[in-house]
Design a protein around this ligand. Structure first.
Ligand SMILES: Nc1ncnc2c1ncn2[C@@H]1O[C@H](COP(=O)(O)OP(=O)(O)OP(=O)(O)OP(=O)(O)OC[C@H]2O[C@@H](n3cnc4c(N)ncnc43)[C@H](O)[C@@H]2O)[C@@H](O)[C@H]1O
Length: 197
């Protein structure tokens, strides 16, 4: 996309997000966009796609669980029955559709990075890994001990960083006593095998 047209799109999306998301969530979205750009620089990914995917990843986060479920049904988005037990993951799944409708984003790589940003999946594309990790490591997430190591690893070994991130977030979900979605467990098995643990 031409630079002028791209900057105009970014401006429009930021305005929409600022109007719809809570202040902290908007700041987080900006931070995920910037972190995605940095990771894209390190791993040879298109910077515009990284910025758009990072900026839009939480675009549907302001919607309630019931609203998200209804929106998925209205748009005929296939849902696994287990998502009803973990409706907190629906904002990514519906977010891809939201970005297409509201921001006219048609690029499948970007939409897929938004869709999978919470759960991850086996064999992610580089852009999917970048947005998944950027969501986890961006600066506003604070200084939890495990983040220091993952932040450094993400810039040199995406697969190892994804594995560590999946391990930590699956443990976190289980600790909260919530249902852990099978896609994340499949992703963990895939990246553990890839990194030979
Ligand atoms: N496989 C799965 N099955 C079911 N539910 C799942 C899931 N994977 C993720 N989720 C849940 O889905 C929700 C959306 O996750 P995300 O999409 O990853 O992140 P978010 O919208 O910014 O999360 P939110 O603000 O709602 O939650 P939190 O700060 O606690 O968390 C922010 C992020 O940091 C991680 N995190 C927070 N504290 C952590 C800790 N102490 N250790 C490790 N990871 C931690 C969380 O996993 C999350 O990715 C989260 O509640 C998450 O726990």
């Amino acid at each position: 996309m031409e630079e002028k047209e791209f900057l105009q799109k970014i401006e429009e999306i930021r305005k929409h997000l600022q109007e719809h998301l809570k202040k902290e969530r908007y700041e987080h979205s900006l931070s995920v966009a910037f972190t995605s750009i940095c990771l894209a620089m390190a791993h040879g990914v298109d910077l515009q796609k990284a910025e758009l995917a990072g900026l839009c990843h939480d675009c549907a986060k302001y919607m309630g669980k019931k609203e998200l479920l209804e929106a998925c049904q209205r748009e005929h988005i296939p849902l696994l029955p287990e998502y009803l037990e973990a409706p907190q993951v629906l904002h990514g799944i519906y977010g891809a559709c939201y970005a297409k409708k509201h921001f006219q984003i048609d690029n499948e790589e970007i939409l897929s990075a938004i869709y999978y940003h919470t759960l991850g999946k086996p064999a992610m594309t580089t852009l999917e890994k970048i947005v998944y990790l950027a969501d986890y490591i961006e600066v506003r997430r604070g200084n939890r001990e495990d983040l220091t190591a993952i932040r450094e690893i993400a810039f040199r070994d995406l697969d190892l960083a994804v594995k560590l991130c999946l391990e930590a977030s699956i443990a976190y979900v289980k600790e909260k006593g919530q249902h852990c979605c099978s896609l994340s467990l499949d992703a963990l098995a895939y990246y553990q095998e890839k990194k030979e643990v």
